[in-house]
Design a binder for this molecule. Structure first.
Ligand SMILES: Nc1ncnc2c1ncn2[C@@H]1O[C@H](COP(=O)(O)OP(=O)(O)O)[C@@H](O)[C@H]1O
Ligand SMILES: [Mg+2]
Length: 225
């Protein structure tokens, strides 16, 4: 888009500065942001650190502009240790899963809470007010353990990819994250792997390596003290 400064580019969205305070996040695939905006408003109303939504229509979200490095960039520069990062990720899970379900996009099953299903270090911005969780594309209601298994699986997918520069870093994070997050992620690993396999954003290579990644999560979970 001409005239606006591109401040972020992920796998699915481009993020432009509108001014010092707000960004426009636009999906490249035209996906509708309705559900995502509703879940973000729900978690914010309960005090969870997600950017405020000012406007949502079609593939466009206007959000509070966050200032600070992502947790991934803090890890790569050495400003955050593996154990600190594991604690940040686990803390966001714990806080999120204490909230009542959002009721979007489908009715809620007993025991369900809000689940983000893409909670990884590149979706956490370290602001002066603390870590803020972004990128709510996959958010829905579900069991907390599914969200934790999903995060571990995302880390493990990077860990088992021989072409990923971040492989060793991701590999070092899987165990500490599982330990800090607690719960029973192995109970949800099969469901997480199946769901991840249906994600249209997965590349062929990622799909080929998914079972290996799931096996790594299982191994690390069983190794926990
Ligand atoms: N509210 C925001 N304020 C500032 N930067 C943001 C904001 N939301 C996203 N970004 C930047 O844009 C990048 C991509 O956004 P994200 O929501 O994660 O989309 P994707 O689904 O494409 O990963 C982020 O890694 C971050 O650098
Ligand atoms: Mg992202």
């Amino acid at each position: 888009m001409t005239g606006l400064e591109l401040v972020g580019e992920g796998r699915t969205a481009d993020v432009y500065a509108l001014d010092g305070d707000r960004v426009l996040r636009r999906y490249r695939d035209g996906k509708d942001v309705g559900t995502e905006a509703a879940v973000m408003a729900h978690v914010r109303a309960h005090g969870f650190p997600a950017p405020a939504v000012h406007h949502a229509s079609g593939p466009d979200l206007v959000l509070d502009r966050l200032t600070g490095p992502t947790l991934l960039s803090a890890l790569t520069t050495g400003d955050s240790t593996t154990h600190e990062a594991a604690a940040v990720l686990a803390g966001l899970h714990t806080t999120l899963h204490a909230l009542p379900p959002a009721g979007h996009p489908h009715p809620v099953a007993p025991g369900d809470t809000v689940v983000h299903l893409d909670l990884h270090p590149d979706n956490v911005v370290l602001t002066d007010d603390g870590p803020v969780l972004i990128d709510w594309r996959n958010a829905t209601d579900g069991p907390a353990g599914l969200d934790i298994a999903y995060s571990a699986l995302i880390l493990a997918q990077v860990a088992v990819d021989p072409a990923a520069d971040l492989g060793p870093l991701a590999d070092a994070l899987v165990g500490p994250f599982l330990e800090a997050a607690g719960g029973a992620p192995l109970d949800h690993l099969e469901a997480a792997t199946a769901r991840r396999g249906r994600d249209p954003q997965m590349t062929t290579t990622e799909l080929e390596q998914l079972a290996t990644a799931a096996a790594l999560v299982a191994r690390r979970a069983l190794e926990l003290p």
